[in-house]
Every structure is written in C-alpha cells, then in structure tokens.
Design a protein. Structure first.
Lengths: 414, 182
C-alpha cells in the first residue's frame, strides 16, 4: 500500500467538522490574543465576542419607545396583577403585539417543560401540550428524549409522551434532578445528599454527603464536571465519577440558583439581591478546572432579583428584577453582555414578572408574567415580541384559581 | 513554494508577536483545519478534537512572545496538537476500561461515519501508532521530525509506523477488494 493512498485517505476522510466549530475556536483564540495583548493574563473573558460581533445597541427608536412606555406605565399605573391589560404593546417596540389567546406555536421552535399544580407538562412546537403525570419537579434530558421527574422519594425517567421508563426510590425526598449533557448520568439531591444515578436508572450512589438546597449544574461540555454548592457554602466543581474536587471557591451568600453555561466558560450564581458571573476555564484535555474571579453584575438600586439565566452559548445573562418605584411595583428584563458596563433593558412592565428562560438557540427569552397571566417571548436581537394569554388555565384546566405555572426548561438545540 | 510558505509564515508570526491581530487571525485560518483534522484522526472524537485544537492555539497564543521567530510555526503547533490528542486518547482508553460494561441509557448520537475499512482500521490502531501515522502521512513529517515532536527514539517511531502500516494494509486490501466487486 502506498504512502500516497494513506495520505489521501487521511486528507479526504469526511470527518465531522461543523462550520461553527472553526468559528467558535476563532472567536476564542482572537479574544485570548486580544486579552494577552492588553496585558491581562486571565482567560476569564476569552469567550467575549469581538467588538464587531457584539450585538448592536438598541435603536434610538427603541430607547425612545421604552422611555415613553415607562412614562405611560407611570401614568397608567395599575397595581400588580393588572391582568388582561396589554402592557406589552405599550412598552416594547411597535408594532405592538396583542396577546394571543392561546399558545398556537412556540416562537423559534423547541419544546417547553412547564410545572403546574397538576404536574409537569410538555409543550410541543405547535403549542399542543401533554401532562406527564403526578410529579412535583421535572427537567429535560439533554436531547429532550426523556424527562427526569421527581415525586416524593421517587425519581423517574419519563418519555415526553408520559410513559415512565424506570423509577428508583431514594432514602428521602428527591429534589432538583439534572441530566448530564452527554446523557449518561443524572445528579439529584435527596435530603442533604447529592447523588448520581446512571441514565438507565442503575448505579445510584452518593457523590457528596452535604449539599445546599440549590440545583447542581453539569458542565455543558459533556464531560464529568459537576458544579454544586456544598453544605458549608462552597461552590465546588467535582469529577462526578471520582468525587474529586477539581476547583472550589466561596459560593454567593444566600445562593438560590447555579447555572453552568455560555458554552462551558462561565458559572452564574444568583441570590435574591446579587447576581454574579464567574469565568471558568475547562480544557477537557488536561482534566483541570480553573475558576476565575467572580464578577458582580450591577442590578438597579433597591431591586430584587426574580429570575436569571445564562445564555447557552455566550456569556450573556438575562435577569428579571422588580423594584418599588412611583408607588408601584415595576419589573424589568435586563441583559448583561460581556464587555459592557451597564445592562441593556429589554422590557419594563408594571407588576411582577417571573422566571426567565433562554431558547435553545439563544435568540429568544421566555419570561413569565403571572400578574397578567401571560408568557412573553422576547427576541434578544431583531424580531417582534409575542405575548400569549391565559397561561394558568392552559396548564390547570378546569381550575378557576389556578396557580401560574413555572417554566422548567426550553429544549433542545439539534 | 514551501520556502515561500515558510517565509510567509515567519512574517505572520513576527507580525503577531508585534501585536497584529490580523496576522494572528491569518495564522489561525492557515492552520485550524489541519490541526483539527489531526486531532480528530488521533482522538476519533469531534468534541475532543475541537478542545484539543483550540487548546493548542491558546497555548500558542500564550507562548507566542517567547517563540523563536527563526523556527517554523506549523510543527510547533502540530507537536502540541498531537501530544494532547495522544494524552486524551490514553485517558479515554483508561476510562473505558474503568467503566467496563457501563450501559448508557441515552447515548450521544453516533458519530458520523468517516467511511471505509481504512478509517475503521486507523481507529482500531493503538493511539501511539495512530499518532505517528497521522504525523507521517497526513502532516508529512519525516520519522526524524516525528521522533523529536513526540520525544521518542527514532527506532520507536519507525517500528510504530511499520506496525501501523501493516494493519492498515490489510484494511486497504479489503477495501480494494470490495471496490472491485462493486
């Protein structure tokens, strides 16, 4: 066999090389180079897009619209829970969206997992929905083929159609199950413990004896890294196979949410008053983790953080805050982008907004608006916002005073 | 042509050392695909190949100011890539042994077929043999250069190449036979 033939085979072999891989690497390398040049040695900001790639600032028209909207909101102020009023149309870009009476499709596609008083529901791209069963908590598997659902001491893997595949009974109530991105492990809390079970329900084992009441977060890179908050308030990244601590730092006081996102380059910590982002360097080839300094994201004065979410592919954080101003509660959706000192305000409404979730492609936000009984689909860049009304009754049919459902996840990027 | 490419590359390295982002971007464009392909062919894992190639470029950026401008950039980068891919492949093999018969409820989608008996045979070679085959036949380094890159005696490189090629030859013959039958 000739060398030519081998060389040709190696050169011509159709290897999996999606174009975004090269572009992603280019951004990282160029950012690292720019950072190196500017004398900063830490790679914390290496994922920040180039200036030219940063999302453009909102148009002056939008700023004006937001200003007018804020004034309108102040003048037409209604108490929190002014259901039915089309505030969305008055506070965001024109043309104003009228709330659609029901969810006929999910803008941008994907599927939603929603937890209502009756249990978790899966919403298909065409808006059709199905109740999975009598479970208290649920979260998506990485490709949305299953849902990890918890009820009392039972953890189950359930198909989106509702068929359970397996169940296990833990020693105490199962909380916050989270499926690893590669699909082979589920981490969950039970009493004080953090436990791991294989994706087929076998091999349930203890990973840490003392964990805080915060959902653990898997490394998005598909490796064995798992971040959690220990019982003594330490943010730890551990190898979920061996339990070895790969990196650790003091966690945010009163932390309520932990997310590992932005393509694996950052960890988001949130408490009712503070939001902070910590860069993380995850070279798969060296099995090490390096936590960068925590960067506190500036929230408006006297505001409370209601929800926050880290974008799947970039170090962009969406936050929902509420504050008491001008004799009323106001809520605001903020976007924190890397390299910018101030957040961009995406929306301001009277009353209280709820949690926020990113679409799988990172192009949209879904924000709960319990007071108006609506969901808001907000494009992060161009595009029209959409509002959908009558959310409570959609997920608690037949109940007149249904509790507003909670958005558990928006799945999945293919 | 190679001398011209070499001169061009030295100029780009010099400009990148002097702070030219455009030169760094050009170096990336010139070498990313080769680095990624080499990493993939040694590791046979797309996510690992991306990490390895990216990590190699970041290491290059980190050490660029210390880089001797008279030396070629390409072998320096490939040395990082192939050694890291080898480390990864060894660790992965160890992990598989440790995990044993672990069943996976929801496996990742199967990797795209890269086709042919030859590629299958390459994947089945020990990582050390794959690395020298890739360095020799994809990246076209001489056994002497490979020995320096992998810090191995030249005889070891030659024997790994020979053993690897022996196994690939069987696969290539099977492939030829299949082609003829078609």
């Amino acid at each position: 066999m000739s060398s030519d033939r081998i060389g040709r085979a190696l050169r011509d072999a159709a290897i999996p090389a999606p174009p975004e891989v090269e572009a992603r690497g280019r951004r990282i390398v160029e950012a690292a180079y720019a950072e190196r040049r500017s004398g900063r040695s830490e790679l914390r900001g290496a994922m920040a897009p180039k200036t030219s790639e940063r999302r453009s600032r909102p148009l002056p028209r939008l700023a004006l619209a937001l200003g007018i909207a804020t004034l309108l909101a102040a003048l037409l102020l209604s108490p929190a829970g002014a259901a039915g009023r089309d505030w969305v149309g008055e506070v965001v870009e024109s043309p104003a969206p009228k709330p659609e009476p029901e969810l006929a499709r999910i803008p941008g596609g994907g599927r939603l997992l929603v937890q209502s008083a009756t249990g978790p529901w899966v919403v298909q791209p065409d808006g059709s929905r199905r109740l999975l069963g009598d479970y208290e908590e649920a979260s998506w598997s990485p490709r949305g083929l299953f849902v990890a659902a918890a009820e009392g001491r039972t953890l189950s893997a359930v198909e989106p159609g509702g068929t359970p595949h397996w169940s296990l009974t833990a020693g105490a109530r199962v909380r916050t199950p989270r499926w690893a991105p590669a699909g082979e492990r589920i981490a969950y809390r039970s009493a004080e413990e953090l436990r791991i079970v294989a994706g087929d329900g076998t091999g349930d084992r203890l990973l840490a004896g003392s964990a805080a009441a915060v959902a653990p977060a898997w490394s998005p890179s598909g490796d064995t890294g798992l971040a959690y908050v220990s019982g003594n308030g330490e943010l730890q990244i551990v190898n979920s196979e061996t339990g070895k601590v790969l990196a650790a730092a003091p966690a945010l006081a009163d932390i309520s949410r932990l997310e590992w996102g932005a393509n694996g380059t950052a960890i988001l910590e949130a408490s009712p008053r503070v939001l902070r982002l910590r860069g993380i360097w995850v070279p798969k080839v060296s099995l090490t983790r390096k936590l960068g300094d925590a960067r506190t994201l500036p929230l408006p004065a006297s505001s409370s953080l209601v929800g926050a979410a880290l974008a799947p592919w970039k170090q962009v954080v969406a936050a929902v805050v509420t504050h008491w101003r001008d004799h009323g509660t106001r809520s605001e959706v903020l976007l924190f982008a890397p390299g910018t000192a101030k957040p961009r305000s995406l929306l301001t409404v009277p009353g209280s907004l709820g949690e926020v979730a990113w679409s799988p492609d990172g192009h949209r936000l879904l924000v709960a608006w319990p007071g108006a009984n609506q969901w808001l689909f907000l494009p992060v860049g161009r595009g029209k916002p959409r509002a959908v009304a009558n959310i409570s009754t959609a997920f608690s049919p037949g109940e007149r005073a249904a509790r507003f459902p909670r958005i558990e996840g928006w799945c999945c990027r293919r | 042509l190679q001398a011209e490419d070499g001169a061009n590359e030295r100029r780009l390295v010099r400009e990148a050392q002097d702070g030219s982002g455009a030169a760094m971007a050009r170096l990336y464009s010139l070498h990313w695909r080769g680095a990624y392909r080499a990493a993939y062919l040694v590791a046979h894992d797309a996510a690992a190949a991306e990490d390895i190639a990216q990590d190699a470029f970041l290491a290059a950026v980190d050490a660029l100011h210390r880089f001797d401008r008279r030396r070629p950039f390409r072998p320096w980068l490939h040395r990082i890539v192939v050694n890291r891919a080898l480390d990864w492949a060894r660790r992965e093999a160890l992990r598989r042994r440790v995990d044993g018969a672990e069943s996976v409820f929801e496996p990742l989608p199967p990797p795209e077929e890269i086709g042919g008996e030859l590629m299958t045979a390459l994947k089945e070679l020990p990582a050390e043999q794959r690395a020298v085959v890739v360095l020799r036949h994809l990246l076209e380094y001489t056994p002497g250069e490979i020995a320096r890159m992998l810090e191995l005696p030249r005889g070891t490189v030659n024997s790994r190449l020979r053993r690897g090629l022996d196994r690939l030859r069987v696969a290539a013959e099977a492939e030829s036979f299949a082609e003829e039958r078609r």
